[in-house]
Ligand binder design. Structure first.
Ligand code: PAF
Length: 283
């Protein structure tokens, strides 16, 4: 496994592969890897001749008061997990290396960056789209793999790639879950035992939403049922329940004649968990 700490190193590595006619898939991460990330890495390895992961805790996507300094990091463990997966290269830049030019150019998808989670985390998605553009320009992958769990992020990146004619394909990977249905996340370790047990309510609420959509319920009925299901967990503080068009994230109305997505954000103590379920058109 080649470890690249500079843009020049990863560029040269990828250039050599491409000269040999090989394809490259990138998995962008912020490290502190768990099984969910490793599933993305395996998908990248299946898709292309060479798989690359980037590990970069991107400061520009954290707002004031967000957990940048306390964001969990464990480079040694991450590298050994990636090596065990047989990944070909890891790009691990410092903040100085990544933002060496200190300029003020940004990439933004305004219709998607200011809604839903973006309305609560101002500037977050502008930081994401800008750093992902930089990663695409530096690594020049043919494919990039993102998890459906961060559904708004995935939608925004797909739109950005289409709008700017970026020459790569975005691969969406289904949310990876623990055996009891909780979506895998680096944040899960911060839940107390009781909160961890209660957090399975998100997946149950999504099951309920899907069943109700299949039975012909309206958006309003599903919203109410999801909220009442979430209320069964005493320590769950519901931040948002949204039922949106799965492609545009525009508000959707019944009947569900296009794919839609149910998006949940629920706080347990200080830990905000998100989850989602795409619902097929009910025709
Ligand atoms: O999903 C993440 O971990 C980050 O938002 C990403 C895509 C690596 C950009 O920093």
């Amino acid at each position: 496994m080649i470890i690249c700490r500079t843009k020049a190193e990863i560029r040269n590595t990828v250039r050599t592969w491409k000269k040999a006619g090989e394809t490259v898939a990138l998995v962008p991460t912020m490290g502190y890897l768990h099984e969910g990330h490793l599933c993305l890495v395996r998908a990248a390895a299946r898709k292309a001749d060479r798989a690359v992961a980037s590990i970069f805790v991107n400061p520009t996507q954290f707002g004031p008061g967000e957990d940048l300094s306390s964001y969990p990091r464990d480079e040694k463990r991450d590298l050994s997990l990636l090596e065990a997966e047989g990944i070909h290269a890891v790009f691990l830049p410092s903040v100085e290396e990544m933002y060496a030019s200190a300029g003020d150019t940004h990439v933004e998808v305004p219709s998607l960056s200011g809604i839903l989670q973006g309305a609560l985390r101002l500037g977050h998605f502008r930081g994401v789209s800008t750093v992902v553009t930089k990663l695409f320009n530096i690594v020049t992958p043919d494919f990039a793999v993102f998890g459906e769990k961060d559904y708004q992020q995935l939608t925004l990146i797909r739109q950005m790639v289409r709008d700017l004619d970026m020459p790569l394909e975005i691969i969406a990977h289904p949310t990876v879950r623990e055996a009891d249905g909780l979506a895998m996340s680096s944040r899960n370790v911060r839940l107390s035992n009781d909160q961890r047990a209660e957090a399975t309510v998100l997946n149950r609420a999504l099951d309920r939403a899907e069943a109700l959509a299949a039975a012909g319920s309206s958006v309003q009925e599903i919203d109410a049922a999801v909220r009442s299901c979430l209320a069964e967990a005493p320590s769950a503080e519901v931040k948002s329940v949204d039922i949106r068009d799965a492609e545009t994230l525009a508000e959707c109305s019944s009947p569900f004649d296009r794919p839609s997505v149910v998006l949940l954000a629920v706080r347990f103590g200080t830990v905000l968990l998100i989850d989602q379920r795409v619902i097929a058109p009910q025709t």
